[in-house]
Design a protein around this ligand. Sequence first.
Ligand code: NAD
Length: 428
Amino acid sequence: MNVTVIGTGFVGVVTAGVFAHFDNDVFALDVLADKINSLSKGEVPFYEPKLSELVGEGIAKGKLTFTTDYTTAIKDADVIMISVGTPSAADGTADLKYLKSAAASLAPHLKDGTIVAIKSTVPPGTNQIVREIIEKSTSKNFHLVSLPEFLKEGSAVDDTMHPDRVVIGATDKKVIDLLLALHEPISGTRIIVSPESAQMAKYASNAYLAQRITFINQVANLCEKNGANIDEVTKVMGADSRIGSHYWYPGLGYGGSCFPKDVKELAAYSLSINEGDGLFVKLDELNDTRIPKLMNKFEEKVGGFEGKTVAVLGLSFKPNTDDMREAPALKVIPILQQKGAEVRAFDPKANAIARIMFDPAVIVDSLDEAVRNSDIVMVLVEWPEFTTKQPEYFKHIMSGNYFIDARNQFNRREFENSGLTYIGIGQS
Ligand code: NAD
């Protein structure tokens, strides 16, 4: 099939690469010429495991072409997947300006019968807005559907080839059959629903996962006061099959390119229709205040940050990605600096991006350089490069003793036995 993917971000490049891998003829289109130039040479401008190989394979087989030209990319497309960004607007709602612009740009070049699928995360009802935009510039028949994306950065290629579910938000039988055929080599349960349900389910899934993180952080706060240990508590809770042991991450709250903005959208939407009784609003508020509150607790435990050197380890929003959108470090580092600390920060993959976001002098080239002679080590992201280190490694090269494990990834007893003062989450 001829497939065109609009927007070459994390979702777009992975989607294009996967459909090219399954022998479709794929155009991947973006408005950013520099990005398209790099991608055309097989250079992926962000870090995602297995993606460079996938893109290289698609280009070499002649199945994957990157372009900025809407005419070329759209005129023969059987299926167009729009995967442009939908960031939060100032009021928290999803900003649809990139989607609207993509719809206006593709419309004049459509052939008859093309399926236009919205992969971007958008509020239910968006299809009508997009339909009206497209109809202004074409008299051709087209089908507008929803194909929400559930991949996770860090395992995006595997997630796209082997998702838990393939959700098709469409009502026309012929369209559904064609999309089922396109997804045939991809595993996962097929779920066919209305476009509105598909879009609502995407938001609800992200909000549910964000809520699990927020919930367990609230329980962790209680554990800090009453002698319980959050890791033991989650072990007990997770053994209940109704609850499950997955996705309990006590720590710094949720970050990344999706959860914060998607919860904000649900919060703004529920307020605007006077529904939801404030759950999503509270979720958003609790997450926004999580890091400042934790930093106050840490400050107390280490006897103040003023004049101390703090090694901040992990700058991406999670391991296996260099994506720093809503990463904890973006809040943690300014707070440390404002409290008078000297920060030396390191990330195995996100250093280059971090040097654009912070004073480059703050970002150092290696773990050793960050940790050596520091008074305090603070682990923000559970990169294996950090979690495989033994306590002796830190003890020998640090000047001070405080080890803040903001992800509960290290063995408290081993760290204490080596003479370090271990500070975790949800334990007193
Ligand atoms: P991104 O910001 O990384 O990339 C979006 C790309 O779209 C950019 O390269 C931008 O230049 C391009 N673009 C903007 N306007 C355009 C236009 N008019 N024509 C062509 N290209 C245009 O975004 P992302 O992280 O890939 O996310 C895309 C969508 O998928 C969002 O709605 C997001 O919520 C959703 N999503 C993201 C993830 C994720 O993990 N990143 C997972 C599931 C769903």
